[in-house]
Design a protein around this ligand. Structure first.
Ligand SMILES: Nc1ncnc2c1ncn2[C@@H]1O[C@H](COP(=O)(O)OP(=O)(O)O)[C@@H](O)[C@H]1O
Ligand SMILES: [Mg+2]
Length: 442
């Protein structure tokens, strides 16, 4: 803070000198003037903490100067102390007060009184300055606060706007996602219906042949029977003719039987594929035990040509899943190895390795060392009615069923990854709930 200033106005240089000497003791800068006019001039560039004004001066006296100062907005509130020897009566004092004086000091000056009064006004000045600073600080803070409040208000309004827009966009998105999933469900349904239709058409086509042969065969028998009946009624039936009829009928019935059996087979495979297996409930079971049961149930068939199954599976692996459809998958794979892979060989070996991958995925690695699949076969193996044994007992539905079970019912996948002549290798992966196992592969 700058030093406060005191203005001393007196026409007597001796007085000014004395005052200056006295005021050297206070913490202020002293500026002097020899007349009222000079005093007014000195107020143009400076602000004063206090003005000590002589009353009796030639030209403009103290009262006049004080009155002018009171009209000047820079000096209006500056305290004025009149220093006087001449006007000691009350009337003059009143005149002084009405001219704006705050105090009087009489000559000869009592130093102590003067100093103590001056100090009081300086103190007042300092306090005012501090107060003014505080007020301006406060104003500044208020305006800053207002500014940041306004900014905050603006930001809040913007945030609200963005948030509203986001909510709206979110609503739209949810709607779109709902629509999408609805049309997806519809598409899947259509797909299912289409593949079911394909399946039905395929079955009708497949069944047509055996049924057709059966019908033709039965009409042959009916025709032969008519001739036989006629001859019998006319009593012209010869024993050779009867023998021929019996012989032919035997053959024809066998054809009818074979073809009906074939049709029945086709229908039962078709039933397996078409039946809604999704209704089977999940249960907890030991994987090792279930696999052993499957292998045991197929042992008579395997033993015929000394085929062998090696099983690698943690005996502690207990899972919660749908054991029935897992059975069907395994039976189809093993029967295919026997029928197709080991078609021309004895001592075939099947390796089944079951591991638990994180997180809760069962992996079945299924391999045989049979004849394997050509590129052509591996491209079509999962298609319905694709078989390399058409007319020789194949329906071409087994691997299609396996594929459907793996992908749709077990929510997993199956991959064929081997080449001729090394046998086949299938990788089957599907999620399960693990009940307990001590051996989880990373
Ligand atoms: N383990 C295997 N080794 C060689 N070929 C196989 C094996 N498994 C399946 N295949 C081939 O895939 C075809 C389709 O199998 P699948 O759908 O079970 O029909 P199907 O057994 O009635 O012929 C078989 O006809 C066969 O050519
Ligand atoms: Mg098969």
């Amino acid at each position: 803070m700058n030093k406060p200033k005191i203005l001393v106005v007196d026409d007597q240089p001796a007085n000014i000198f004395a005052m200056k000497t006295l005021l050297a003791e206070v913490d202020a800068e002293v500026i002097t003037a020899n007349s009222g006019n000079e005093g007014l001039m000195a107020t143009i560039d400076h602000r004063y903490a206090l003005i000590l004004l002589d009353i009796n001066m030639p030209g403009m006296d103290g009262f006049e100067m004080a009155e002018i100062l009171r009209t000047d907005e820079n000096c209006q509130n500056t305290p004025i102390i009149f220093v006087t020897a001449a006007f000691k009566d009350n009337a003059n004092k009143l005149k002084g007060y009405s001219a704006g004086a705050v105090d009087y000091i009489e000559k000869p000056i009592d130093q102590t009184i003067l100093l103590s009064k001056v100090n009081i006004f300086l103190e007042l000045h300092r306090s005012r300055a501090i107060l003014a600073d505080l007020v301006s600080d406060l104003n500044q803070q208020v305006s800053l606060t207002n500014e940041s409040l306004n900014k905050e208000k603006l930001a809040r309004a913007q945030t609200n706007k963005i948030s509203n827009e986001l909510t709206e966009a979110n609503k739209q998105l949810t709607k779109t996602v709902e629509q999408l999933s609805r049309s997806q469900v519809k598409l899947i349904e259509q797909e299912k219906m289409a593949s079911l239709g394909q399946l039905v058409a395929g079955v009708a086509h497949e069944i047509n042949t055996p049924i057709g042969i059966g019908v033709t065969a039965s009409t042959t028998i009916v025709d032969n029977l008519k001739v036989l009946k006629n001859n019998f009624e006319n009593k012209t039936l010869k024993s050779a003719q009867l023998a021929k009829f019996i012989n032919e009928s035997e053959q024809t019935f066998s054809i009818i039987y074979q073809n009906l059996a074939r049709a029945a087979d086709l229908i039962s495979s078709f039933k397996q594929v078409a039946v809604d297996q999704s209704s089977e409930a999940e249960r907890s079971f030991s994987f090792h035990q279930v696999m052993n049961e499957i292998i045991t149930s197929l042992t008579p068939t395997l033993n015929k040509n000394k085929h062998k199954v090696n099983l690698i599976c943690d005996e502690q692996l207990n899972v919660h899943s749908r054991v029935g459809i897992i059975n069907q998958v395994m039976i189809n794979l093993i029967m295919n190895s026997i029928i197709h892979g080991f078609e021309k060989q004895d001592n075939g070996i099947i390796d089944i390795e079951i591991t638990l991958q994180k997180p809760n995925i069962i992996k079945i690695k299924y391999q045989d060392d049979g004849k394997g699949c050509s590129t052509e076969v591996s491209q079509h193996i999962f298609e319905p009615f694709y078989t390399t044994k058409r007319g020789r007992g194949g329906s071409g539905l087994g691997m299609h069923l396996v594929y459907n079970i793996m992908t749709q019912l077990l929510d997993g996948e199956i991959k064929l990854s081997s080449r001729e002549p090394n046998g086949v290798c299938f990788d089957l992966l599907f999620p399960v709930k693990v009940v307990n196992s001590f051996n989880i592969n990373e």
